[in-house]
Design a protein around this ligand. Structure first.
Ligand SMILES: [Zn+2]
Ligand SMILES: [Zn+2]
Length: 395
């Protein structure tokens, strides 16, 4: 990072600032607003009054900066396009040293790539996106002045440790207090689970939770929505405790929870931008460059067979064909951790070979807790319902 001391030393008042300050502030404005080219017309104003809370056009930001100076401690221009680069400066050096442990940083990169296509404007951000950017800020904040470990990475590692040794909340809070007392003054390690979760909240994707029989016979939805015991094996849906008189009492804590993210809305989003809408018709309408090689599922026999038997559906190039994929996964990347889960992904196959398997086109649909055994079909019900809806009624 350039030395940004000039931002504050060069500006004493609206009539007293250095030439250097003026030139560099001009450069800042250029880089923040650019030459149109897809950049926003308005950007957050970093003057000491607006403090990156209000949007202004370029001329006004310039005026505000001359009148008010920069808001304190804004030497990393995270609100003005430096997000990604700064993050690498803070986090990458650490990763080089700890290659095997890319954990949170890698996941964030994935998440970022999956969510944000370059050039998408800030104005289009929804609440999830905003929460994500808040978290990105945490990924850019070093834990204290003398480290390259970010706040977010630190939280991720302590959380991973907690999971590995199945520590309770109390132990977690105690550990944070202990580590905190050993760190340099002014560190920003959270003091409790509650504070950690506040930082991580953006990672929570909006999903539905569906309780499942602990043995995996049924999902408690539709007909079984209100059932307290599995209609097949009579296992309790909720955690049970002894009430003292030999009777068992159900608490309100479900024993097994399936997490489900509807994929249809995300599929529809592929038709919201012209470029991806065009790509979704590729399999039918665009040129093949390798006629003698199989480069795409649509070159295969299964695809053409489908076209023959479902002629009406095959006619329309925009109809989406999907593949489902799954594999066991250990969320903390620690082989000894007792917890595994099975995510199920939906992949639209309409896209051209180059982008077909890119991360942003692979949609997480279900997270099955533990190993599904023979009951994969049960857990996949919500996803299948969506597919049937799309097949029969269309969306
Ligand atoms: Zn301002
Ligand atoms: Zn059961």
């Amino acid at each position: 990072m350039d030395d940004r001391e000039w931002m504050y030393t060069g500006h004493r008042s609206k009539v007293d600032f250095t030439k250097e300050w003026m030139c560099k502030t001009d450069e800042f404005l250029e880089s923040a607003f650019g030459e149109a080219g897809g950049r926003p017309i308005k950007a957050l104003c970093p003057c000491s009054k607006c403090a990156n809370r209000k949007r202004q056009n370029k001329v006004n930001v310039g005026k505000h900066l001359v009148n008010n100076g920069f808001t304190p401690n804004y030497t990393r221009w995270v609100h003005h396009g430096e997000g990604h680069r700064m993050r690498e400066e803070v986090v990458r050096p650490r990763l080089e040293g700890f290659d095997a442990d890319a954990g949170v940083a890698d996941m964030l990169d994935d998440f970022h790539e999956a969510q944000y296509v370059e050039g998408r404007r800030l104005e289009e951000m929804d609440a999830t996106t905003k929460a994500f950017y808040d978290m990105m800020e945490s990924a850019q904040k070093p834990l204290h002045d003398r480290t390259t470990v970010s706040q977010l990475d630190a939280i991720g590692r302590v959380m991973g440790f907690k999971s590995q040794f199945s520590l309770g909340r109390e132990a977690y809070d105690g550990m944070l207090a202990l580590i905190g007392s050993l760190l340099l003054e002014g560190h920003i390690l959270p003091k409790s689970m509650y504070e950690s979760q506040k930082v991580l909240r953006a990672l929570k994707m909006p999903y539905d939770q569906i309780d499942a029989c602990p043995k995996g016979c049924v999902l408690f939805r539709k007909d079984h929505k209100d059932a307290k015991y599995c209609p097949k094996c009579e296992s309790s849906r909720y955690l049970e405790v002894d009430s003292g008189d030999g009777q068992k009492r159900q608490l309100s804590i479900p024993l097994k929870v399936l997490r489900y993210l509807p994929f249809l809305p995300r599929m529809q989003r592929l038709y919201m931008t012209e470029e991806s809408a065009k790509q979704m018709r590729w399999h039918k309408e665009d040129k093949r460059y390798n006629l003698d090689k199989m480069v795409h599922p649509s070159d295969g026999k299964a695809w053409t067979h489908f076209d023959r038997i479902h002629n009406d559906k095959a006619e329309e190039a925009r109809n989406v064909r999907v593949a489902l994929a799954t594999d066991g996964f250990n969320p903390y990347g620690q082989m000894s951790a007792p917890y595994t889960c099975w995510p199920i992904f939906v992949i639209p196959l309409n896209l051209p070979p180059g982008v077909l398997l890119q991360r942003q086109n692979t949609f997480l649909s279900l997270i099955i807790p533990g190993h599904s055994g023979n009951n994969m079909g049960v857990y996949m019900e919500p996803l299948i319902d969506e597919l049937i809806l799309a097949w029969e009624d269309g969306v």
